[in-house]
Design a protein around this ligand. Structure first.
Ligand SMILES: Nc1nc2c(ncn2[C@@H]2O[C@H](COP(=O)(O)OP(=O)(O)OP(=O)(O)O)[C@@H](O)[C@H]2O)c(=O)[nH]1
Length: 254
């Protein structure tokens, strides 16, 4: 069984801030959001976590092995350097979606994302040390088959983008509904999913579903570990085996 620890990251009172005292320049908001994501990726990544930008004002991190003190340091570092602050809600669960639901509820209970007086909330609990196992995190790294040859080198950049995003949208919905798992677009033609304990058949079914509904061909490498970073690396190595052997689904061999 997986035991994913998820952290919901939310910029405090961001909506009002973007229009106070009057609407701020969009280029400045885009710069702030992407720099904040880059910083969080480093801050959590240096501690073996993964951060996904999702909606930018709300980001989602896989934080197995990262305690509350480290979360507090991340908040302090951001508050010292940015004109905005962050609330962090940490939760664990048998599935990634269940963990994120708990994290969301914890933060909603602390007040609205647009409440002036709700700042720098830090709530929740990490996975208890004695309950951690070598397979707490399952990361699936999906990739569109031959995206360069089929799309990038052949059709317009925007139509390529539509194909890739459609594949992502269908996969994200399917994994959420069928397996309580969370999939994130990470650039190029790549999607990284944080999964519950899916087996090989389940991945074949997910790939077949996406092919059938939106005609996008995927392959996937799957890795498992105590924390996100080594699970993600194992998934990348498994994906290389897919490429080499022409297979659609490969699990890493721990
Ligand atoms: N985030 C991320 N992006 C990647 C990674 N590998 C490749 N990409 C992106 O995906 C694009 C396509 O690269 P590939 O997936 O290697 O190429 P392909 O044409 O689909 O070929 P095959 O994957 O071998 O079928 C690249 O231009 C990168 O933008 C990765 O590990 N992580």
């Amino acid at each position: 069984m997986t035991n994913t620890q998820v952290t919901l990251i939310q910029i405090d009172n961001y909506g009002p801030w973007t229009v106070t005292p009057e609407p701020r320049r969009e280029v400045d908001l885009q710069t702030l959001q992407s720099r904040l994501y880059a910083d969080l990726s480093q801050l959590f990544g240096n501690r073996d976590g993964y951060v996904f930008f999702s909606r930018f004002d709300n980001m989602i991190a896989v934080t197995n092995g990262i305690g509350m003190d480290a979360h507090a340091l991340v908040q302090e570092s951001v508050a010292n350097r940015y004109p905005v602050t962050l609330s962090l809600s940490v939760a664990t669960g048998g599935t990634p979606a269940a963990a994120l639901d708990t994290a969301s509820t914890q933060l909603q209970d602390a007040g609205s994302a647009q409440a002036k007086d709700r700042r720098e909330i830090l709530r929740g609990e990490p996975v208890a040390e004695d309950r951690r196992t070598a397979e707490d995190v399952q990361v699936a790294h999906f990739d569109v088959n031959d995206a360069t040859e089929k799309y990038t080198d052949r059709i317009g950049a925007f139509d390529t983008f539509i194909h890739i995003e459609q594949g992502y949208a269908e996969l994200m919905r399917y994994l959420r509904e069928a397996h309580d798992s969370l999939a994130f677009f990470v650039g190029g033609d790549n999607i990284i999913a944080v999964c519950s304990s899916l087996d090989e058949t389940a991945y074949h079914d997910a790939i077949a579903h996406v092919r059938e509904v939106v005609d996008v061909d995927l392959k996937v490498g799957v890795g498992r570990a105590r924390t996100a970073q080594p699970a993600g690396m194992a998934a990348k190595h498994a994906l290389e085996v897919c490429r080499h052997d022409g297979r659609d689904v490969v699990f890493d061999e721990p």
